[in-house]
Design a protein. Structure first.
Length: 358
């Protein structure tokens, strides 16, 4: 065994190197712990043939290895686990057939939740919860008054005869209104993150919900020179929490928009895949670095000057409440695709309401 293999076998994460055709070239010792298969039994076989968990298989089946990707999913095999899967395309390909083109890294994050670091992260979040809930709540009312008064003043000023002073006041009022509105959004984000999650699923037409989210965001997208292509297939009505999903979808759209400062193209696709819905939002914006992809779900992590770093957290909470997943596929300089997936649980009222059910 060479030194590198000894090193890889000492790591707690399952690591699998695959060829262009997804044939396993190498698997380290920890794949036994994370995937429940012996490393020796994997080499030479196609990766999907080695995966025993159906959910994981479904997640990885259609996944390519051309771009950096992180996703999290619950698996039942070898035991109940939350797995984080990272796909790392290898930059320097030798081009020879049978040479490695990508690494799949499987991390048991259910175990991670009990580490000191995440305990610290949770207590940080808990403290912030209490603090922000108080402060943000207090900020809401004065902010609303400021916005209202500025609106009124704007209307009064517009009636004054044209002058240089009038133009200057109008410009300043614009700044006051737009900055206060931004502040209001930040306060709302903090309040949402601070509130304990409530999950109230109702029968929902997801296609309509997506259309409504796009309609809300349309003016902002338009003003940013962003074109939207939407391919929304009807999805069977299912029990979903509309508020949580609306928040999640709008956050994904907003992040996509903010990643395209010079304008661009956003492609929104909604499909049914077995018993799941799959909503993907793709942008051709800045993409994200490996570091960002790693930290994207950390509370308060932001690369934006005016960001809160709470959007992804909100998306994650919403998807976890639906037993769903978020998949992020990103290439620096090329763009990002965020895919939300969750099971479409059918409402039981259908059964109760049917005439046979008397
Ligand atoms: P915020 O938007 O306030 O920065 P988020 O939690 O929504 O906070 O996002 C965290 C970070 O993830 C962003 O600052 C950005 O760096 C990155 N990010 C999220 N979505 C995208 C995207 N579509 N393209 C590029 N980077 C993104
Ligand atoms: Mg955001």
């Amino acid at each position: 065994m060479n030194d590198l293999a000894v090193f890889l076998n000492a790591l707690p994460d399952g690591i699998v190197a695959v060829s262009e055709q997804h044939v396993v070239l190498f698997a380290n010792a920890a794949v036994y712990d994370t995937l429940g298969v012996l490393p020796g039994g994997m080499t030479g076989r196609s990766l999907s043939d080695c995966l025993k968990d159906q959910n994981l298989l479904m997640q990885l089946d259609k996944t390519g290895h051309e771009s950096f990707l992180t996703l999290e999913t619950d698996v039942n095999y070898p035991r109940k686990l939350r797995l984080r899967i990272k796909i790392v395309p290898l930059q320097e390909k030798s081009g020879e057939p049978g040479s490695p083109v990508a690494l799949f890294i499987f991390t048991d994050v259910s175990r991670e939740l009990s580490t000191a670091e995440s305990r610290e992260r949770n207590s940080k979040l808990e403290t912030m919860r209490l603090l922000t809930a108080g402060v943000a709540h207090e900020l809401g009312n004065p902010l609303n008054s400021i916005i209202m008064k500025a609106d009124l003043t704007e209307r009064l000023v517009s009636k004054l005869p044209d002058s240089e002073t009038k133009a200057k006041i109008e410009k300043d009022l614009d700044v006051i209104v737009s900055e206060s509105e931004r502040l209001k959004r930040i306060v709302e984000d903090f309040l949402k993150a601070a509130r304990p999650l409530s999950f109230r699923p109702v029968e929902t037409d997801l296609k309509k919900l997506c259309e409504r989210c796009l309609a809300v965001m349309e003016p902002e997208l338009h003003s940013r020179d962003i074109a939207i292509q939407q391919y929304l297939s009807p999805v069977p009505p299912a029990l979903l929490d509309e508020d949580l999903l609306r928040g999640a979808i709008i956050n994904v759209i907003r992040n996509a928009a903010e990643a395209m400062p010079e304008g661009g193209l956003m492609i929104v696709r909604l499909e049914t895949e077995g018993d799941f819905f799959k909503l993907s939002i793709r942008d051709n914006g800045t993409g994200m670095s490996e570091e960002t992809a790693e930290k994207i779900f950390d509370p308060f992590y932001t690369t934006k000057q005016t960001g809160t770093g709470l959007g992804m957290l909100q998306i994650k909470r919403a998807m976890e409440a639906h037993s769903g997943t978020i998949e992020i596929k990103s290439r620096l300089g090329k763009g990002t695709t965020v895919t939300l997936k969750a099971p479409l649980r059918q409402s039981e009222t259908h059964v109760l309401d049917s005439p046979e059910a008397e």
